[in-house]
Design a protein around this ligand. Structure first.
Ligand code: SF4
Ligand code: SF4
Length: 107
């Protein structure tokens, strides 16, 4: 099992989740974070930290977000670790309200 970052994180990237991860499983892209399934120990500490509720246990990922599970695994192979919280994207608060941001994801 692993935990998965889903679409609500796109263009928000508040990074509140990063500090609590005991195994530094988060990887950072231009406007999205993913969890490396090889590192995640399923502790669930990151879930309540996310202000937009973007993080789910693998078996709880909503039906319309299922592609984010393989996407986290794929992008974790190429993106670099992020281990400390930093400022969210400047327009994060506006994008936090937007549903269906899949096309906005930058690799
Ligand atoms: S706290 Fe939520 S929105 Fe922010 S980077 Fe983590 S998963 Fe993405
Ligand atoms: S569930 Fe735990 S180990 Fe996995 S990414 Fe979240 S904080 Fe890290």
């Amino acid at each position: 099992m692993t935990f998965v970052v889903t679409g609500a994180c796109i263009r928000c990237k508040y990074t509140d989740c990063v500090d609590v991860c005991p195994v530094d499983a988060f990887r950072e892209g231009p406007n999205f974070l993913v969890i490396d399934p090889d590192d995640c120990i399923d502790c669930a500490l990151c879930v309540p930290e996310c202000p937009v509720s973007a993080i789910f246990a693998e078996e709880d990922v909503p039906g319309d977000q299922q592609d984010f599970t393989p996407l986290n695994a794929e992008l974790a192979q190429v993106w670099k670790p992020i281990t400390r919280t930093k400022a969210g994207l400047p327009d994060a608060d506006e994008w936090a309200q937007v549903v269906g941001k899949r096309a906005e994801l930058q690799r």
